[in-house]
Design a protein around this ligand. Structure first.
Ligand SMILES: [Mg+2]
Length: 117
């Protein structure tokens, strides 16, 4: 069964405001490894969709922060992760039954999504 990763955007993704440590290449690597990927952000759903389209990354979901539990209901996965940079990310992760990973250098290592160099 697949594993699922939800990415926060601002402070987490390299194209966020402020930029975070997670690169588009890491998200692509995650997809290639079979992870179900998407975003969970305070940005509007349409804005999230536009950002992923601009970076040519097909994603399976784009939701608002308090809707993370809906992602769990929609996708059956072995494990559910949310990477984010604030306490709110940690709060909603816990509430939705996701494992929270702080958006620092350890997150890609834990997930094994550092692109091959
Ligand atoms: Mg953030």
């Amino acid at each position: 069964m697949a594993k699922l990763i939800s990415f926060d955007i601002d402070g987490t993704m390299e194209f966020g405001d402020p930029p975070g440590i997670v690169t588009v290449e890491m998200v692509r690597t995650a997809r290639d490894l079979g992870y179900i990927v998407g975003s969970c952000s305070d940005r509007t759903v349409s804005n999230q969709q536009r950002l992923w389209a601009e970076h040519s990354v097909p994603v399976s979901f784009t939701v608002l922060k308090h809707q993370l539990d809906g992602v769990k209901a929609q996708f059956e996965a072995e494990e559910y992760y949310h990477i984010g940079d604030t306490e709110l990310d940690e709060y909603y992760s816990g509430k939705a039954g996701f494992l929270f990973l702080p958006a620092d250098a350890s997150a890609p290592l834990v997930l094994g999504i550092n692109p091959p160099s």
